[in-house]
Design a protein around this ligand. Structure first.
Ligand code: NAD
Length: 309
């Protein structure tokens, strides 16, 4: 098949692009390299640097494409509190530009990388896709708006759409910006350096951590599985892990005795997050294989930034 991946040089995009290319598909990748690294892409991926709002570029890249994976986005919840306009322009505006270009060229299917963040605080766990979302950051709002645009434009123009609500993905190659780093690579780096692991609040908040290979497996299935049109599907591990428990697993995996500091002044975000995977199992035949303990070991072994010798 012919694929276009937006955000292809990013953490999830590069893993997906490399896997598709290894399976013999034609893969084009688009990324503006605002955070992505084209070195992460294997030679089989045809990479173009560009903005997801650049429609002429999209028209060219979409020719003969069977399925688009739309991953290009600004991805930090914390950063989105500071720059909501930018999050709207890229995550919402970019999605609308892409859908318009897909309509113009006549592409059949799009898979959107949405987020478990759209659920916000919910009492009932695990989270099923039919719960009313309660986004609590501009990032989460932008992802929910992107879902609505994808599904609405898809219905209007006969484009098949699938939105995957990915929970806390982690693994080798995850972007680690100095401000607002994602929790897993941040803890791993601090543990290896003997630095301090700073935990927001009491660390009782729970998240659903899912290893990159499991996410890629769900994305691969979403390109070809039948009867998915218009669906929103969770992709996670269905395992609820507190940040305290994550700290313990990270220290064990890294063989570290780094200090841990709990900062009651900072907010820990939503209290609980755990994905219900019934729909993903039914529709994508999805089942996560990698436990958090194993995934942390794999990340340490496979990410050159965490090599200690
Ligand atoms: P990432 O930052 O590594 O990847 C995003 C990529 O998009 C980057 O390479 C960046 O350079 C590119 N990009 C940003 N703005 C762009 C623009 N205007 N035009 C073209 N490219 C642009 O993040 P990731 O973790 O790989 O996330 C990929 C997708 O999955 C995102 O849409 C994100 O919202 C979604 N998602 C990720 C997670 C997670 O835990 N990693 C969870 C839920 C959803």
């Amino acid at each position: 098949m012919n694929f276009l991946i937006t955000g292809a040089a990013g953490f999830l995009g590069s893993s997906l692009a490399n896997q598709l290319a290894r399976e013999g598909h034609q893969v084009r990748g688009l990324d503006d390299l605002s955070t992505g690294d084209p070195q992460a892409l294997e030679p089989g991926v045809h990479f173009t640097r560009g903005d997801v709002n650049d429609r002429p570029k999209l028209w060219t890249l979409l020719q003969e494409v069977d399925c688009v994976y739309h991953l290009a986005a600004r991805v930090s919840v914390q950063e989105s509190l500071l720059y909501p306009r930018e999050y709207n322009a890229v995550n919402v505006g970019g999605t609308v530009s892409l859908m318009e270009a897909m309509r113009d060229v006549g592409v059949r299917r799009v898979v959107l990388a949405s987020s478990g963040a759209i659920y916000g605080d919910q009492e009932n766990q695990p989270l099923t896709e039919n719960i009313t979302p309660r986004p609590r950051s501009p990032y989460a709002v932008s992802k929910l708006a992107a879902e609505y645009y994808v599904r609405t434009i898809g219905t209007l123009w006969g484009i098949e759409t699938v939105c995957l609500r990915i929970f806390n993905a982690y693994g080798p190659g995850q972007h680690l910006p100095p401000s607002h780093p994602p929790v897993v690579p941040y803890f791993l780096r601090q543990a290896l350096r003997g630095g301090t692991l700073v935990v927001h609040s009491e660390g009782q908040q729970t998240r659903d951590y899912v290893y990159v290979e499991d996410v890629v497996a769900a994305m691969l299935a979403a390109a070809t599985a039948p009867n998915l049109n218009g669906l929103v599907i969770n992709v996670g591990s269905n395992t609820e892990t507190s940040v305290r428990a994550l700290v313990k697993l990270v220290l064990e995996a890294a063989g570290s005795q780094a200090n841990v500091v709990y900062n009651p002044q900072t907010e820990g975000g939503v209290a609980r997050m755990c994905a219900d995977l019934s729909l993903a199992g039914q529709k994508l035949n999805y089942k996560p294989f990698i436990s958090l303990a194993d995934g942390l070991h794999l990340t340490l072994a496979r990410d050159p930034r965490f090599k200690t010798t």
